[in-house]
Design a protein around this ligand. Sequence first.
Ligand code: NAD
Ligand code: TYD
Length: 336
Amino acid sequence: MKTCLVTGGLGFIGTNFIKYIAAHRKDIAITNVDSVTYAANPCNIDEKSTPHYKFYKVDIANNDELGDVFRENKIDYVVNFAAESHVDRSILNPSLFVKTNIEGTLNLLKLSLEYKIEKFLQISTDEVYGSLGEDGLFTEITPLSPRSPYSASKASADMLVMSFFHTFGLPVLITRCSNNYGPYQFPEKLIPLTIINALTGKDIPLYGDGKNIRDWIYVADHIRGVLDVLEQGRFGEIYNIGGCGEMQNIDIISLILKKLNKPLSLIKYVKDRAGHDRRYAMDFSKITKELGFTPELNLNDGLDSTISWYLENEDWWKKIISGDYRNYYKTMYEMR
Ligand code: NAD
Ligand code: TYD
């Protein structure tokens, strides 16, 4: 059995990853390190019913505490999901993004080298490539051109990861994925925010002209891609993961409202995000050719599945929107 240190495993994608491994991979034990920020939900993973699972409440930016985790466990793989992940928050507080996304990743790299782990997988994002116009796709050799503090911190982390490969021979891999959606996503992000605001009769804030484009991928597809890279990827390589799900923000919000039978009048145009990237779109032919990965769920079916999850799990999101999230929402939207 291999032990995989997952960081950020109480957040959106990390939770889905751990649940997938627990259900399908009896040969992988999980050690989850999460500092439990606002984006984490400790109830997501039930420790007692999850086999071969250990949890540590540790900040990856705290090298001493992180060192204890490596000392106490024989780690084979590291999969680094932990991050401050929201662009809007990075505009409010860039320093936190440097601390977690860059310093935290550096700590993990140093400890992975010291403890001679077998594989280090950095979970990155298409946002490191910057912004596209109407045409073109990001490939793995597109120059990095991050434009928000969030994407700049992720690009910096990617560069540190590659430097540990070239300088120290650490067996690293990087995945860069497009916008995820699905169960357990925190309601600050566009799709869950739209679903929850629609269900609670609140306006849906649409930034700028609403014509920015994202490539949406269902989280389960991302996780299959991550596992493919972890198990078969070539060290020192970057793999784009895309969803074949390009859509303008106005269209995706309208589609969700239609599916929920709610009026389009809920859409409220608000002041644009500073430095708002216009379009992301992925060429992921490398992972398809090398590892056989393609996304399975199209956007329409993925949205149906996501909407059903939020309808069936009201308790999960009602707790969130009744807490600190309210203050965040006021700060972010009431002055807009
Ligand atoms: P999320 O914000 O939902 O979860 C992040 C998790 O990391 C939380 O559980 C949080 O508590 C934890 N965390 C934050 N700071 C930490 C620290 N200092 N130490 C330990 N744990 C810490 O994020 P997500 O959407 O699940 O994204 C996971 C990863 O995937 C991130 O690295 C993100 O950059 C990347 N990614 C996300 C998307 C997307 O669309 N969500 C797309 C591509 C890549
Ligand atoms: P988001 O979910 O924050 O992901 P990212 O910025 O990492 O792509 O936003 C997706 C898109 O939706 C982005 O173009 C910004 C836009 N958006 C809105 O129009 N209104 C909102 O309230 C939010 C959160 C995002």
